[in-house]
Ligand binder design. Sequence first.
Ligand SMILES: O=c1[nH]c(=O)c2ncn([C@@H]3O[C@H](COP(=O)(O)OP(=O)(O)OP(=O)(O)O)[C@@H](O)[C@H]3O)c2[nH]1
Ligand SMILES: [Mg+2]
Length: 199
Amino acid sequence: MKQKIVLATGNKGKVREMSDVLADFGFEVVAQTDLDIESPEETGLTFVENALLKARYAAKVSGLPAIADDSGLVVEALNGAPGLYSARYAGIDGETADAENRRKLLRDLADVPAGKRQAKFVSCIVMLRHETDPSPIIAEGECLGEIIFAEKGENGFGYDSLFFTPEKGCTFAELETVEKKKISHRARALAVLKSKLGA
Ligand SMILES: O=c1[nH]c(=O)c2ncn([C@@H]3O[C@H](COP(=O)(O)OP(=O)(O)OP(=O)(O)O)[C@@H](O)[C@H]3O)c2[nH]1
Ligand SMILES: [Mg+2]
């Protein structure tokens, strides 16, 4: 029988990008929203701390193993911002904040010329077998790119329409989900998780 696991995120984009991959690893994936589990406050100071606390909270409430992703966009010219605070960069939280966050990013980079707009997406995935699991599995992935001057593309979420990937010659939002799932920071973290699980 497949091991049930809670996907501890309130972000539908992450559910889209992680569910079937985790199912391929042999898990029966249940999104936390389907169990009416709310997102805890993200009080950590690093991606790993936040991923841990999200997974731990879902494991505690559900009594099941849990997996969480904490991720963000790190922009060199902004000394690493929005970084840990990518989801709430413009001061509001949740997916409705995405458009405001993109506008703020473009404003903050207005004076930064092409060639100096390097950025990376970071994903930290944590898996806990139970709430008090003393040795969580931690898997990280990064993806390098640059921030363009105006949005391009309709797919994806967050900052995808501003993130140009040289590897593909377009923004993440111009990629089909299936393509983004091959090269993104989250895809890379999931590949590390897979090898750590021996799946
Ligand atoms: O364009 C993007 N493509 C991506 O692939 C991506 N991955 C992360 N991000 C940004 O970073 C925040 C993470 O913050 P975050 O890890 O706290 O997630 P979240 O609050 O959205 O959901 P949850 O998992 O915490 O419930 C997100 O909201 C986005 O703004 C991305 N943007
Ligand atoms: Mg969050």
